[in-house]
Design a protein around this ligand. Sequence first.
Ligand SMILES: C[S@@+](CC[C@H](N)C(=O)[O-])C[C@H]1O[C@@H](n2cnc3c(N)ncnc32)[C@H](O)[C@@H]1O
Length: 270
Amino acid sequence: MSATGYQVKWLQDRYLYDAEARETHRLEDWLEAHPQSVYRIYDLGAGLASNFRFWNSRIPSEQEWSLIEIDPVLIEAGKAYLPENNAQIRVQYAQGDFVAFLAHHTPPDLLLCNALLDVLTAEQMVFLLDYLWMHQVPLLASINYHGMEFNPSLPEDHPYVLAYEAHMERIQPSGRALGRSLDAFLTTIQGPYQVIRDPSPWHIPADDPEMLFQILQFMAVAVPEVLPADEHPAFEQWLQYRKSQVEAGQLNIMVHHYDAWITKNKKNLG
Ligand SMILES: C[S@@+](CC[C@H](N)C(=O)[O-])C[C@H]1O[C@@H](n2cnc3c(N)ncnc32)[C@H](O)[C@@H]1O
């Protein structure tokens, strides 16, 4: 477990699901419309360098990446994924809070973040939006949580998924994470900002029991913290039933996400 609570193994396991789910056209179109000899890119909450790994071969020229990550444990593990000597693609981690980093460094050409926005507080989001506004830098924020579906479905799924989502928005030492409220937040900024959302769901098939168990395990920890105590036995029963379905190869789960391409709206440029 890392200092921020993200397990190295979880970030490794999710990489391929993210890679399959990502929508690439918004950024590819932007790259084509904004040719540069060197692209300067900041990745916020970089974890194990997932954005770098996914994008560097898809960007058609030299690149200079800063991977901003607050957690030194993840940085140590993430360094294994970086090229040693590549003059064309330069990349380094910067340890610290992305808010402080952005405040003290020259703006890049492009901001990326993967699986970050829904864990931010409203205050951090406002900072980020002010930054996009001031520096007119686009942000591709991929893989933002947007719900979960079990197949086959049960009527009990819905309240437990709601409890899981309420848990995402609990108050933590850093504040209250936006969680599902990110949807509403992004809707309110439409107009001054252009926010284009593309679905990027994970399809976790019945033959990946490890990933299915991991999702159920996240729920096993989160849901009881939110559900009234008298509902715990029914939740436990549901959980055991879902686990038995995973063991029998009879459950698949869809985790809905969306990728958000966020820019200052051109019609507001002075
Ligand atoms: C859900 S993980 C995603 C990691 C990575 N982007 C990926 O796709 O695998 C969120 C990451 O954001 C980092 N993080 C959270 N708040 C941060 C902050 N204020 N500044 C820098 N990193 C932060 C966490 O330590 C964690 O690595």
